[in-house]
Write a protein that binds this ligand. Structure first.
Ligand code: IPE
Ligand code: IPE
Ligand code: MG
Length: 270
């Protein structure tokens, strides 16, 4: 019965502590602008300021990984002017922010299918990643031209090419290292601003056991207080990962064989 007690989800993190990894769908920029009779893109511009503030706030709160959904693989369907504004905004944000991120000990990662971007944007991304590669205070991941289905498929394709002989017998632990965020633990806390209650093809694999927090606050209005509200809601959750509440609080011993929750990666490495 190999695998009966395995889980793709990592060891149970301590609850009641600050989440190690926060992943955010930054939604509501367009509506923020519309409410002010401004063009949608003004909301995107203002949204960059929120990104800056949240990086600072996460560092101050001891969060290790902050992952932000900036552009989905579906966002190409938007009007061409908006897409091109977003691309230019990405370029200028990288030009303006990389040195500051570096000075603050932030490691930058950009995940997604970058091949669709202009060469100068790809070059800026690579430069930024290289410059900040050894920083350890916070890992800031920007998901750009990212889709959860794309991620799983590209991982599957890499795996199948590397181990064709094992086709039909791949396990979760074989796939996980090929996902684009293999360097990070799974998100503890997922936040979506802007009122929609959906995942919109974000980290489909990695969000399996994340705590979800939805807020009506539009991304440009999201601030330290809104982040603290999300974190304090997270701190009150009991993350059971399939167990019962009694097992977690020690009122009831774990059944035999002890169903220790460990990733199938660590099981294999053990
Ligand atoms: C999120 O804000 C930013 C991106 C998807 C790039 P939106 O642009 O989706 O804002 P709303 O949802 O239309 O208000
Ligand atoms: C999700 O927001 C993607 C990003 C924030 C980058 P959308 O605004 O594109 O999501 P839908 O279309 O409302 O699901
Ligand atoms: Mg939206």
């Amino acid at each position: 019965m190999a695998g009966k007690f395995t889980s793709s989800t990592q060891a149970i993190p301590e609850t009641g502590t600050v989440p190690r990894h926060i992943a955010i769908i930054m939604d509501g920029n367009g509506r923020w602008a519309k409410k002010r009779f401004m063009p949608r893109v003004a909301g995107h511009k203002r949204g960059v300021e929120t990104v800056r503030a949240m990086v600072k706030a996460c560092i101050a709160r001891g969060v290790d990984y902050l992952t932000l959904f900036a552009f989905s693989s579906e966002n190409w369907r938007r009007p061409v002017e908006e897409v091109s504004f977003l691309m230019n905004l990405f370029v200028s944000a990288l030009q303006n922010e990389i040195s500051k991120l570096h000075a603050n000990g932030v490691r930058l990662k950009v995940v997604g299918d970058l091949s669709a971007f202009e060469p100068r944007l790809i070059a800026l991304i690579r430069e930024g990643e290289a410059k900040t590669a050894n920083n350890t205070r916070l890992t800031l991941t920007i998901a750009a031209n990212y889709g959860g289905r794309w991620d799983i498929l590209q991982a599957m394709n890499q795996l199948a090419l590397a181990h064709p002989e094992k086709a039909g017998a791949f396990g979760e632990a074989d796939l996980a290292p090929h996902l684009v965020m293999a360097y990070a633990p799974e998100p503890d806390l997922f936040i979506r601003t802007g009122g929609e209650k959906r995942i919109s093809n974000f980290l489909l694999w990695q969000l399996a056991y994340s705590e979800l927090h939805f807020t009506d606050t539009l991304w440009p209005d999201f601030d330290d207080a809104a982040l603290d509200l999300a974190i304090s809601s997270y701190c009150q959750r009991e993350r059971r990962f399939g167990r019962t509440s009694e097992q977690l609080t020690g009122q009831m011993p774990a059944v035999s064989p002890a169903p220790t929750i460990e990733s199938s990666t660590s099981r294999r490495d053990a």
